[in-house]
Design a protein around this ligand. Structure first.
Ligand SMILES: *Cc1c(COP(=O)(O)O)cnc(C)c1O
Length: 468
């Protein structure tokens, strides 16, 4: 399997290089040159498989032998072995034809564990094979940092540093980053905002000497391997509900368009999916796109679903690439236009064709709290704010009542206990594996919003064992 960039100018790579590269050299995002197809019989044969077995069938064609099958199967088995539910991604029925898929049984209680637990192991395997090391640096507003730390803890080939805005992440999110207790994991609290953290990370990558010396790498949501791992649970859900012999729809609370793009990939591989409903909070650039055919940036407003407080959805570029029939030149022009003007229109034909598969839905904080309260009263089931937006989107926009609809529950309610308590009167307890989170010793370093200071901290704490 070969991978090409959405901007058409970067070298064509195989899976192992795409994994380590993250962003393509022309600024684009990597995608498989063509989608591997599973026939209806192939999909039927997934019934009854365990989650890691099913994952192996879905991801092996993308890996294309660049990790040997036996090693890949081990990586997938280990990645999901630590999840707190035997089904890994269990379905819970809420209405006659509405299910939530609980994607929050991983070590950090959000769906990002599905991708990160795979990514950390795949990195370690590919690097270990060639005796190399990397230093992963990233910025986080909460969930990504903890998921990446858990995935990379104690990995021989990786040192990992995440910057977060000091005092501006929730207590659960902070403790999940500061209590990992591994020598290769470094939580850095920056005296500044999330944007300051992102700017510092960009500046480190732009400092070529530092980047090469530290062998910097990224684990952000544009990495193809993360999306690839997320395709699996769309197959898992559809097959559980009668696929491929019965189409299903999905409602996906989204920010960066990553999670829903993984669903789109499942559909491109032959999984019968009728529709995707993209749910957002008031930061509704994506629903506005599906309502109008125009992507238009606005100010980011803070909400009770902070992991979706995003106005530039980086993975949307992958969707544009498909919409423009894989013409990298046109994608480049569009991305440049969007960057310069904050606005981009795809025209009526493409807008209508995207409407055949996608719909959008937005919910403000007041209505999100109301949904959490209603679902708890009616079903005795607690949703976190992100997942509540998904359920509301499914209910509001399901097009055909005969088609089962699965709403992705992207975070455990205990990850956002204040919002959930305010909405339902119930303070959700942490699951047993994290019950002592508030007693664990914390380790973090507070640094000023200052590039030189952050770089010297990284330099002093990186091990770079075995580096050339
Ligand atoms: C990251 C995140 C999202 C958004 O996911 P995208 O892939 O950016 O669409 C939604 N919910 C939770 C809880 C998250 O952590």
């Amino acid at each position: 399997m070969r991978y090409i960039s959405t901007r058409g100018q970067a070298p064509v790579l195989e899976f192992d290089d795409v994994l380590l590269a993250g962003l393509a050299r022309d600024g684009g995002l990597y995608l498989p040159e063509s989608w591997p197809r599973l026939s209806a019989d192939d999909i039927r044969s997934l019934r009854g498989l365990s989650y890691p077995e099913l994952a192996m069938r879905v991801v092996a064609p993308f890996v294309g032998g660049k990790i040997e099958d036996a090693a890949l199967a081990d990586i997938l088995t280990e990645a999901y072995a630590g999840f707190g539910h035997d089904a890994v991604a269990p379905l819970v029925q809420l209405d006659a034809n509405l299910w939530t898929m609980e994607l929050f049984h991983g070590p950090t209680l959000a769906f990002k564990d599905f991708a990160m637990q795979f990514l950390g192991r795949a990195f370690d395997h590919v690097l270990g094979r060639c005796g190399e090391r990397v230093t992963i640096v990233g910025a986080t507003s909460g969930d990504t940092g903890s998921a990446a730390f858990e995935a990379c803890r104690d990995k021989d080939a990786i040192d990992i540093f995440f910057l977060y805005p000091n005092g501006r992440v929730s207590e659960v999110q902070r403790r999940q980053m500061t209590t990992v207790g591994s020598a290769n994991v470094h939580a850095i609290a920056i005296e500044g905002t999330f944007d300051d953290c992102q700017d510092l990370v960009k500046a480190m990558f732009n400092d070529t000497a530092f980047r090469d010396e530290m062998r910097l790498s990224a684990a952000n949501s544009i990495n193809w391997a993360r999306l690839m791992a997320q395709i699996v649970y769309y197959f898992h859900a559809a097959v559980s509900l009668g696929g491929p012999d019965r189409p299903v729809s999905f409602a996906v609370p989204t920010g960066n368009f990553g999670n829903v793009y993984a669903g789109y990939a499942a559909r491109a591989m032959g999984l019968p999916i009728e529709r995707f409903i993209v749910g957002s909070n008031v930061n509704d650039i994506l629903p506005r796109f599906f309502d109008s055919g125009t992507l238009e940036m606005a100010e980011v407003a803070p909400t009770i679903s902070p992991s979706m407080d995003i106005q530039v959805s980086s993975n949307f570029e992958r969707f544009l690439f498909e919409l423009y029939e894989r013409d990298g030149g046109v994608v480049s022009q569009n991305v440049t236009e969007f960057r310069n003007t904050g606005k981009l229109s795809v025209g009526n034909n493409l807008w209508e064709s995207s409407r055949e598969t996608f719909d959008g839905f937005r919910l403000d904080d007041t209505d999100t709290r109301a949904v959490i309260g209603q679902v708890h009263a009616a079903n005795g089931y607690l949703l976190d704010p992100h997942s509540a937006i998904g359920v509301a989107a499914a209910r509001a926009k399901a097009s055909d009542p005969a088609t089962p609809i699965v709403s992705l529950a992207t975070a455990h309610p205990a990850k956002f206990p204040d919002a959930v308590e305010e909405a339902s009167g119930i303070r959700p307890p942490l699951p047993p594996a994290l019950a002592d989170l508030h007693d664990r010793p914390e380790r973090m370093t507070v640094l000023r919003n200052d590039l030189a200071q952050v770089e010297s901290f990284v330099r002093e704490h990186v091990s770079l064992k075995g580096a050339a």
